[in-house]
Every structure is written in C-alpha cells, then in structure tokens.
Design a protein around this ligand. Structure first.
Ligand SMILES: C[S@@+](CC[C@H](N)C(=O)[O-])C[C@H]1O[C@@H](n2cnc3c(N)ncnc32)[C@H](O)[C@@H]1O
Length: 296
C-alpha cells in the first residue's frame, strides 16, 4: 500500500528500494506525469484492490444502476482501463496530454473505449451526467486553492445523478502529525526496474501547502536514468475537508475508509485519520429524501 504523500507520521520507508539513490548520478528535473509508463509501473500493484473497492462501493452506496463513470485526473489510466474492461462506460479528464495519449494507445491496443478529455478538473462540463465518479491517490490535492477544490466538487456534483457517488481518496494531515517523511518502493516489468522515493521537502500548514519530491531510478539493460519531479499538494485535516464539504451542499458524506480498501470496515472521519477514502453522495432534493410529496 502506497500513500502517495509522506507527511503525517509516515516516518521511514514502506519497502526499501535499496541504495541506488545514494549513487552520485545527476538527476534530471522533469514532470513525472510526462512519464505515464513509469507512473503506471510504480502503482500497478495497487490497481486490483482499488478496482475491487470501487465496484463494491458502487454496489453498496449508489442508488440505482451504475454504468457511466468519471475519473478526474485519470493520468495513465490504470483505473479507466481496468473499469472499461469490466464493461463500464468511462470518461477520463486530465490536464496532461502525454498521459492521455498513452492511455488512448493503451485502450486501442486492448480494444477498449473511453472518452478522454484534455483539460482541468477544477472546472469542466460534460455532455452527459454520470452515475459515479472517483479520484484517488491524492489527485484532488493537486488543486491548490479552496476555490479550485470547491469548484471541482461542485462540478462533480453537477454531473452526478441523484443517488450517485464520488469516491475521493486523499491523505489527511492530522494536526499533530510529524511533517518529515519518506516512502520508498520498487517495481519491475520485463527488463525494466524502477526504484521510487517520495519525500516531503517542506510543509507550510498556514498556507496549507506541502512540497514533495518524487525521485525515480529507471534501469533497463541499455540505460540508467535518474529523474526528479517536485510538486505541491494542498494540505487537509479532517476539519478542513468537512468545512469544504459544507460549501457543496448537494454532496453528503456517506462513509469513510482507509487505504486498506475494506468495504465492510468503515472508519470515522476524525482528526486522527490520515489515509482516507471518502464516499460522497449526490443528495436527492430535500422533500424527496424524506419521502414527502410536494403538492401545489
Ligand atoms: C497522482 S496522478 C493519478 C493518476 C490516476 N488517477 C491514477 O490513479 O493512476 C495525478 C494526475 O492528476 C493530473 N492532474 C493534476 N492536476 C490536474 C488538474 N488541475 N486538472 C486535471 N488533471 C490534473 C495529473 O496530470 C496526473 O495525471
């Protein structure tokens, strides 16, 4: 299980990747989302459990059948591809054209289809609504301001049908958590070996921003590459998230899980919570949800 952010008491490493990062080889500054095949490789072992959880969540929390799904920030499309393969009608949004081109090729190669939209998830308009949406792995935290986060939640809510759900996975930072952390793991496919180190470089609780560095060491029989990508994520405590949610009244919080993705083990959204998966549901209009019949 990877948390995709390290602050909040994650001292030490998940799985040691060995010592390659100590080698004195210069690293190339990049946007690591421009390397979707490496992103995919780094997270592919999470996909099965995530898909199983998402499908279980649709069954448990969505009112009515689920056919059309939206993933904002779909990136290389691990989840879009896996869910299209299960027969869902998929829509993915991402601002990275390299990741979307990679995903399109991948879908074509597998004889699958999805609607891919190049744009920002902060604000979007789809031609039709969806039954459910999901956004995991801290992607939501790429929205760095309260306005962008609120606008995103409102857009998702506007496109969800009543009773549809939004599964949102993000790492919360408990108020007293340690801000120093580092996570390492490795992955491989064929002759390619990837060592990943994710480190929190700086945390500014006042501005609610965290700077992270993702370092990749890629080894193939012909080449050794060292890449480095730095980016900001917005910080949330449970209280911050609850407060944001009150600004989008058409979404209600149904349940909360952690990154173990155990559908039968909901948790409580408290300030101690860090690895968090929220199930948000589009409310029915007030009268309807109480079974009231409005007469004129
Ligand atoms: C952590 S990756 C997650 C990719 C994919 N959801 C997955 O789990 O494999 C985050 C993705 O969000 C995209 N992203 C970040 N900010 C965005 C924005 N404002 N609008 C659209 N996409 C964004 C990045 O380009 C990247 O592909």
């Amino acid at each position: 299980m990877k948390r995709l952010t390290a602050a909040g008491g994650l001292a030490g490493a998940d799985q040691a990747a060995g010592g390659p990062f100590q080698a004195k080889m210069p690293s190339q500054p990049v946007d690591w989302y421009d390397f979707p095949h490496y992103f995919d490789l780094a997270f592919r072992d999470e996909t099965k459990a995530e898909v199983r959880f998402l499908v279980a969540a649709f069954e448990k929390y969505c009112q009515g059948p689920v056919r059309r799904l939206l993933e904002p920030g779909c990136g290389s499309g691990r989840l879009v591809t896996a869910l299209a393969d299960r027969g869902y009608e998929m829509i993915g949004i991402d601002q990275n054209s390299i990741a979307l081109a990679y995903l399109q090729k991948r879908l074509t190669r597998r004889g699958l289809a999805a609607r891919l939209i190049h744009g920002t998830m902060a604000s979007f308009r789809l031609p039709r609504g969806v039954d459910a949406a999901f956004c995991t792995f801290n992607t939501f935290r790429h929205l760095l301001t309260e306005d962008a986060a609120r606008s995103h939640l409102q857009c998702v809510a506007d496109h969800l049908r009543e009773g549809g759900i939004y599964v949102l996975g993000l790492h919360l930072l408990p108020p007293d958590a340690s801000e120093e952390a580092c996570e390492r793991w490795s992955a491989g496919q064929g002759a390619t070996r990837l060592s990943v180190t994710l480190r929190v470089l700086a945390t500014d609780r006042r501005k609610r921003l965290e700077r992270l560095r993702m370092s990749l060491l890629v080894r193939t029989p012909k080449r050794l590459r060292r890449l480095r990508s730095e980016f900001l994520l917005r910080i949330y405590t449970a209280r911050h998230f609850r407060s944001l949610l009150t600004t989008v009244p058409s979404l209600e919080l149904c349940d909360v899980f952690d990154f173990w993705y155990e559908i039968d083990r909901p948790r409580q959204l408290t300030d101690e919570m860090s690895d968090t998966v929220l199930i948000l549901r589009k409310r029915k209009p007030a009268g309807e949800s109480r079974g009231l019949v409005v007469t004129r």
